[in-house]
Design a protein. Structure first.
Length: 274
């Protein structure tokens, strides 16, 4: 069984694979007469469930050739990633692994939402300069949108970690206690972020840009002779982003009047939990 081949296909496209069955020595198998049934399955790998069964027919049994047809409707339902394809035949009750390969499913244009960000590609270029232009591959979205989106969620994670949800409380016979952090993420706070009430400053944009650059550089680790350089860059940008994050004071304009209504100070921490 040949398992060294790989095919690439975009979601929603059809693919026909012409196969010559071969033995372990690489010689074509010409002993089948076409009465053997063929079955091809495609699945994500491991012991995961089958994604679909591809139609498989004999082309010329005497030459050991078969045809595997993947329909457009079948590949449209696949998430991007690498899949396993295996063709088996039934030879008088004996199951034989006849052919196998891997199938890379690539994303196609669809209705996915663009990640929301706190800065854009131009901010990445401020701190990445010319080398950044060389890194975008087919696996990246335009302008490194995925990394910028994760950088935004990191900024919001910082705010959740420092947001105090309780008001002052008086203990009889003791001192005033609070305000405290609950340890849970605030639904109200996330709603404010989703409504874009965070007042963006250059410091927030820079922190987000450097976190995104760190993620971009991490994606280069292990690739080629410059992998070590990008690993060092990733550590540098993570360190710079973490420092900027520890200096942030985030302000929310909850009523749209241009003035801060809620302020979250990320420059201090304490062990108080409610």
């Amino acid at each position: 069984m040949d398992t060294n081949e790989n095919y690439s296909i975009t979601q929603g496209a059809a693919l026909s694979i012409d196969v010559t069955l071969r033995d372990q020595a690489g010689a074509a198998i010409t002993t089948y007469d076409g009465s053997q049934s063929l079955a091809t399955t495609v699945w994500p790998g491991g012991m995961r469930s089958v994604s679909f069964a591809a139609a498989t027919t004999w082309t010329d049994p005497a030459a050991g050739t078969i045809a595997i047809a993947l329909a457009a409707a079948q590949t449209a339902a696949l998430a991007p990633g690498r899949y396993q394809l295996l063709t088996r035949l039934d030879d008088a009750g004996t199951t034989v692994d006849a052919y196998g390969c891997t199938l890379d499913v690539l994303a196609a244009a669809g209705s996915g939402l663009t990640p929301r960000t706190y800065c854009d590609y131009s901010w990445l270029l401020r701190y990445g300069r010319s080398w950044l232009r060389q890194l975008q591959t087919d696996d990246d979205e335009a302008g490194f949108a995925e990394q910028l989106g994760r950088a935004r969620s990191w900024i919001e994670d910082l705010a959740h970690a420092h947001y105090r949800v309780a008001s002052m409380a008086m203990v009889v016979g003791g001192q005033a206690m609070g305000p405290r952090r609950s340890g849970a993420r605030s639904t109200w706070l996330q709603e404010q972020f989703d409504a874009d009430t965070l007042m963006l400053t250059d410091q927030i944009r820079e922190a987000a840009a450097k976190r995104a650059l760190a993620l971009i550089c991490e994606g280069q680790v292990g690739l080629g002779e410059q992998a070590g350089q990008y690993a060092r860059l990733a550590r540098m940008y993570h360190s710079q982003a973490d420092y900027l994050g520890s200096c942030l004071t985030m302000s929310l304009d909850t009523n749209g009047d241009g003035f801060a209504d809620v302020t979250i100070d990320c420059t201090s921490s304490d062990p108080l939990y409610g």
